[in-house]
Design a protein around this ligand. Structure first.
Ligand SMILES: Cc1cc2nc3c(=O)[nH]c(=O)nc-3n(C[C@H](O)[C@H](O)[C@H](O)COP(=O)(O)OP(=O)(O)OC[C@H]3O[C@@H](n4cnc5c(N)ncnc54)[C@H](O)[C@@H]3O)c2cc1C
Length: 373
């Protein structure tokens, strides 16, 4: 069995990379140890969001969002694409100043935004508590159901001839390709490690750490919410790389359900639900939406984000292993940035120029001694 490319992992990132490689006419093998989109992709929120922690993060999220917009008409119903937009909520004057800064940053770069005062925030989302200062509406953001999107991209790849090895884990990457736990060898010109938070197990020394998150989904309450709502205080908690944190982040699903997040924890391997974190997370949500207290939740789960030290993904050649490429480390934005990642990866494989500068995401930016600790 010989392929141009073998992709390890069929989460949203591996699936998008497989579809893009197959579109280029490359022969592709996809190896998925579990089920398609069953890793962080199943655990995530599916918010397709433009972010501005850094110019590089903005460039990749914006580029990816444009790619999602292009593909949105082709997405099957079960992907539940919903262009609901985001409202970033300012609870005090400091957060309102941040909303203004964000508004300037986005509009200078061509992203449509609207500043909301207290009154217009109430009109946009009547269930929010009174007394919030205002917010920033980003109407171009949207929401999907990620596992079905991963399945869609795997199906696209297979329609173009890709071979799927499902339920087989890659045990080792070797000079020739990969060896599966069941003893099968797959030889390939290139190997793409897109195994998310598992990627360091196959490529030791990668600076990718697990960052645990909790989510809760409610029963169906259509019209309770219209936008994805995120507190601007979220930025403070998302930036902390040591302490456990929770932040108000809630999403209306096409089904009428509400998906409530989110938490961030480092150095936690246990996938179990942590009642104290869960309580903090829900109390935070109720502070913003008091009516949530009366609603029923159906299920709670956790997942692991794959975090890099500079919060940017690793996209491109490994550096030392000649045939190995990386597409991992997408932390809390991998659903959004999967499509940009696939384009940047394939452009590098095909030796073509890229739509946005690729340098900030190259694995080589991470010192070699970190790649091979
Ligand atoms: C609580 C939470 C909320 C989030 N919310 C959002 C959001 O709103 N928007 C957003 O953009 N992102 C969000 N994310 C982040 C997003 O979910 C991830 O960045 C994204 O799913 C990563 O996709 P992936 O394909 O890299 O990894 P995964 O989905 O984890 O896929 C990796 C795959 O590799 C497979 N695998 C592992 N080892 C092997 C092996 N040895 N052989 C073969 N296969 C293997 C696994 O089975 C898995 O299917 C969130 C994440 C969490 C945890």
């Amino acid at each position: 069995m010989t392929y141009d490319v073998v992709i390890i992992g069929a989460g949203i990132v591996g699936a998008a990379c497989a579809a893009e490689c197959a579109r280029e006419g490359l022969s592709v093998a996809i190896v998925e140890a579990g089920i398609i989109g069953g890793g962080a992709t199943a655990a995530g929120m599916g918010h397709l969001v433009v972010m501005d922690d850094s110019e590089a993060q903005f460039a990749l999220t914006r580029y990816s969002q444009q790619l999602w917009d292009e593909v949105s008409d082709e997405l099957p119903r079960e992907v539940e694409y919903d262009a609901c937009g985001t409202i970033w909520i300012a609870a005090d004057d400091e957060e309102m100043a941040e909303a203004q800064r964000k508004a300037r940053f986005y509009s200078e770069r061509g992203v449509a935004v609207e500043i909301l005062d207290e009154q217009s925030l109430r009109e946009a989302e009547p269930n929010l508590r009174p007394g919030l200062v205002g917010g920033l509406r980003v109407p171009g953001d949207s929401v999907i159901y990620p596992p079905c999107a991963a399945q869609f991209f795997v199906d696209q790849a297979r329609e173009r001839g890709a071979q799927l090895f499902l339920g087989d884990a890659v045990e080792a990457v070797d000079a020739d390709g990969v060896r599966l736990r069941n003893g099968t060898s797959i030889s390939a010109g290139l190997i793409v490690n897109s195994a998310g938070s598992w990627s360091p197990l196959l490529t030791p020394g990668l600076e990718v750490k697990k960052r645990k998150g909790h989510l809760v989904i409610t029963d169906r309450y259509p019209k309770f919410l219209r936008h994805q709502l995120v507190e601007l205080g979220y930025l403070k908690s998302a930036h902390s790389s040591t302490a456990d944190s929770v932040a108000f982040n809630i999403q209306p699903r096409r089904t009428g359900q509400l998906l409530i997040g989110s938490s961030r924890q480092y150095e936690v391997d246990d996938a179990g639900v942590d009642p104290s974190i869960l309580r903090r997370m829900l109390e935070r949500a109720v502070e913003y939406l008091p009516g949530l207290r009366k609603l029923s939740s159906l299920r709670t789960w956790t997942g692991f984000r794959a975090a890099t030290p500079d919060k940017l993904p690793l996209i491109g050649p490994h550096g030392e292993h000649r045939r190995l490429y990386l597409a991992t480390g997408h932390e809390g934005l991998g659903i959004t940035t999967s499509l940009g990642t696939a384009k940047l990866l394939v452009a590098q494989i095909m030796n073509r120029s890229t739509q946005i500068p690729v340098t900030p995401y190259l694995p080589a930016r991470v010192p070699q001694e970190s790649l091979h600790a």
